[in-house]
Design a protein around this ligand. Structure first.
Ligand SMILES: [Cu+2]
Length: 266
């Protein structure tokens, strides 16, 4: 009887499935991210395809280095996300109030770490071939990693929870322009108030009366709305108005699909 030989094998199998599950979760993360962003981000398509190919290679080949290589490539992609995203990902990671984007960016980093560590761990077990005992670091190491990932998921879910009242978040008639969104995206004003828009980044926006309908811009100035005609917004705070007439008005950014601000004047 030699039961001990099968135990490391099943652990290796478990870790391989953890790597594959991590890739599936990463692809889902990118899909949810794109849905939240209101459009497909080209880099996400490229990375999503790479994840699926790597997951397929880990599944299809029994090569013991494959999960390690997949993990390293994934972590390189995660670091590339931070370095070469034109500031988007670091911005999201440091501005949690753009909640959905923060959650997806944060979860992406956590899942990449999971894939890397699980991939490297398969090699640790593979080296133990024939040995009766699993590596001493395996259980505590995976427990810590699991805790980090679980904590990351909880933080992401908490951050992704919608604010109770978006309008109440800007009592002074002030909204922020993030990279491709208004935050909050609805603001209440009293008749006669002006609207203040603070850009949080140097990213260029161009504001116009109207809205986005799916991915199609719909310029149009509601009756009573102050004229907003291709107003540039990049690094300086701007004011719009006064809004003199009670009603609901829309201002959108012509550059970023889905970037719409609803102004409710009471
Ligand atoms: Cu914009």
């Amino acid at each position: 009887m030699n039961i001990s030989v099968t135990a490391p094998r099943s652990q290796r199998g478990f870790l391989r499935w953890l790597v594959i599950g991590g890739f599936v979760a990463l692809v889902l993360d990118l899909v949810v991210w794109d849905i939240g962003a209101g459009g497909v981000i080209p880099a996400h398509v490229v990375f999503g395809i790479i994840y699926l190919v790597l997951a397929g290679l880990v599944t299809a080949t029994g090569w013991r280095w494959m999960p390690v290589i997949a993990g390293v490539v994934t972590e390189i992609i995660a670091l590339t996300f931070i370095t070469y995203s034109q500031g988007f990902v670091p911005y999201y990671l440091t501005h949690p109030y753009d909640k959905a984007a923060f959650a997806m960016a944060f979860l992406h980093q956590m899942l990449s770490l999971l894939v890397l560590v699980a991939g490297v761990a398969t090699l640790g077990i593979a080296r133990e071939h024939g040995a009766a005992q699993r590596p001493a670091w395996l259980v505590p190491g995976l427990s810590v990693l699991g805790g980090i990932v679980a904590g990351g998921i909880v933080i992401s879910l908490l951050a992704a929870a919608p604010p109770a009242t978006s309008a109440a978040a800007a009592p002074e008639g002030t909204v922020h322009a993030t990279l491709a969104r208004f935050s909050p995206d609805i603001v209440a004003l009293h008749a006669g108030d002006k609207l203040t828009i603070i850009p949080d980044t140097g990213v260029q926006h161009t504001l116009l009366n109207g809205t986005w309908n799916d991915d199609h811009p719909q310029p149009g100035r509601e009756a009573g709305a102050p004229l907003v005609s291709n107003v540039p917004l990049s690094s300086n705070t701007i004011t719009i108005g006064p809004f003199t007439t009670p009603g609901t008005y829309h201002i959108y950014c012509t550059i970023h699909p889905g970037m719409v601000l609803t102004v409710v004047v009471v």
